[in-house]
Design a protein around this ligand. Structure first.
Ligand code: NAP
Ligand code: MG
Length: 487
């Protein structure tokens, strides 16, 4: 297990010697002490990245791609160990880390390994006699700050496209979950990434994170996290006018029309909100149900929620683990009181599980709360296994509720009516829409939001635009330039 900063191809302690414990949220026991980067360590990492940039960006794109492909293979070869480490540090059930997080991490590095040599420029038709072409160049040293909810996967989402495009990276994982990003750094060294191309700096948000956003020699900052910190990133980035990419919070609408297939709705909605203990920006956190089917659906949905097996993440039969920290668990549970104060009714959960074996951990039962669309619990991101339910009568009403928050990340709808499905998809104010499914993601499909959910897109060809700058080149091939200043 690596616990030190990864700078210039080596694991080194923080210059200050500072460390912080990372905990296992199953019982809050210490897993390891991890080095915490200070500003001086960020400076060292940026210097290493700057030094590595000329050779890395000039390397044949296919060769950069080949390293990413090798990394994907190495991740698969170490899948069991990576899944275990991720489950220990985050509390995610091992069946999810082994079957989803690790394969998706490998798939993302592989997709962008293949992408590296497919980012083309273009030739633009301009006036006769001139050739105008556009190339895409890497941005330079890129700073990346990620949260604790999918630390392994987000390491790949952030690093893979940046590296494929020829940038060098300084990444800060969340202080709660630094271990899997460091494990990826170790594999990168093993498969032969040149020193300095990638640097991983566990550290505190307001210290290392803030300085990455401010740093005058970092050309772009890509951030995934809360809307509040996103605003701070924008402000901190203004010094050198960094390019900014923001993947922020969400409050996913999940609309169920009267003609929906309820078996699919129940399964899909449970995955949408309870997978990863609901700690997902794209969680289906607002169930919006047509009144004609509400009783039937809620009976099935609450009974599924009550049947979910909560337990030790390392037990392969566990379906839901603990939240990732005690502080976050307390915050999620505090929303149960917030709901009740505004007249909300708890239909399932709303408390920590009773089992003595889980008493030391950060556990919360799957929670379903009936609430008005304007209640705080239906407006603010709870970021836990906590879903609000409200009903609607007309399609217009459903759309108004769905679009009625400051967020606009993911939204879903369930109907057998083809025309309605596409019309609503068009009208939803969100970066992603799922029809008769929820929370699908793929390295090939653009991911991101609008409004308070941020701007810019990860994944697919879109993200290659984020990690490159276009350059327009004019060539006089056969032009008679009019004499502006005749002599
Ligand atoms: P957070 O508090 O915003 O933290 C995210 C990252 O920013 C952490 O690494 C944190 O460091 C760092 N940070 C904190 N203060 C900073 C500052 N002043 N300057 C620079 N960096 C700073 O978010 P979180 O609670 O970890 O994560 C949950 C949030 O992330 C939710 O809102 C969720 O919706 C959002 N999210 C969005 C997406 C998306 O793609 N749209 C995906 C996943 C999660 P520390 O670890 O030291 O606090
Ligand atoms: Mg931890």
């Amino acid at each position: 297990m690596q616990t030190q900063l990864f700078i210039d191809g080596r694991f080194v302690p923080a210059l200050s010697g500072a460390t912080l414990a990372t905990l296992n949220p199953h019982d809050n026991s210490e897993i390891a002490q991890v080095s915490m980067a200070g500003r001086e360590d960020v400076d060292r990492a940026v210097a290493a990245a700057k030094k590595a940039f000329p050779a890395w960006s000039a390397m044949a794109a296919a060769d950069r791609g080949r390293l990413l492909l090798k990394l994907a293979d190495a991740i698969e070869a170490n899948a069991d160990a990576l899944a275990r480490l991720e489950s220990l540090d985050t509390g995610h059930p091992i069946r999810d880390t082994r079957n989803l997080d690790v394969p998706r991490t490998a798939a993302t590095f592989r997709y962008f390994g293949g992408m590296a040599d497919k980012v083309e420029g273009s030739v633009i038709p301009v006036e006769a006699g001139f050739l105008n072409y556009l190339t895409r160049e890497p941005v330079g040293v890129v700073g990346q700050v990620v949260p604790w909810n999918f630390p392994l996967m987000f390491t790949s989402w952030k690093m893979a496209p940046a590296l494929a495009a020829g940038n060098c990276v300084v990444m800060k994982p969340a202080e709660l979950t630094p271990l899997s990003s460091l494990a990826i750094a170790a594999l990168m060294a093993e498969v032969g990434f040149p020193a300095g191309v990638v640097n991983v700096l566990p550290g505190l948000g307001h210290v290392a994170g803030q300085y990455i956003a401010e740093h005058p020699e970092i050309s772009k900052v890509a951030f995934t996290g809360s809307t509040a910190v996103g605003r701070k990133i924008v402000q901190a980035s203004s010094g050198n006018l960094k390019k900014v990419q923001l993947e922020l919070g969400g409050k996913g609408a999940n609309i169920v029309y009267g003609d929906a297939n309820l078996d699919a709705v129940v399964q899909g909605s449970a995955f949408g909100i309870f997978h990863n203990q609901g700690q997902a920006c794209i969680a289906a956190s607002r169930l919006i149900v047509h009144e004609s089917i509400a009783d039937d659906l809620l009976e099935r949905f609450t009974s599924l929620a009550r049947s979910i097996r909560i337990g030790d993440p390392l037990d392969p039969s566990t379906e839901m683990g603990p939240l990732t920290s005690q502080m976050h668990r307390d915050r999620v549970l505090s929303y149960v009181d917030v709901a009740r104060e505004q007249g909300g009714r708890v239909l399932a959960g709303g408390k920590a599980p009773d089992a003595a074996a889980l008493a030391k951990g950060c556990y919360v039962e799957p929670t379903i709360v009936q609430a008005k669309p304007t209640d705080r619990v239906a407006q603010e991101e709870v970021f836990g296994p906590f879903v609000t339910v409200s009903t609607f009568r007309t399609d217009e009403e459903a759309l108004a509720i769905a679009n009625g928050t400051e967020y606009g990340l993911g939204a879903g709808l369930w109907t057998r009516d083809l025309q309605r499905a596409h019309l609503v998809a068009r009208q939803l104010r969100s970066g992603m829409v799922w029809i008769n499914c929820y929370k699908r993601v793929s390295p090939a499909s653009p991911f991101g939001g609008v409004g308070a959910s941020g701007y810019g897109r990860e994944m697919g060809f879109e993200v290659m635009r984020e990690y490159t700058q276009p350059k327009s080149v004019w060539v006089n091939v056969d032009a008679n330039i009019p004499p502006y200043y005749p002599r």
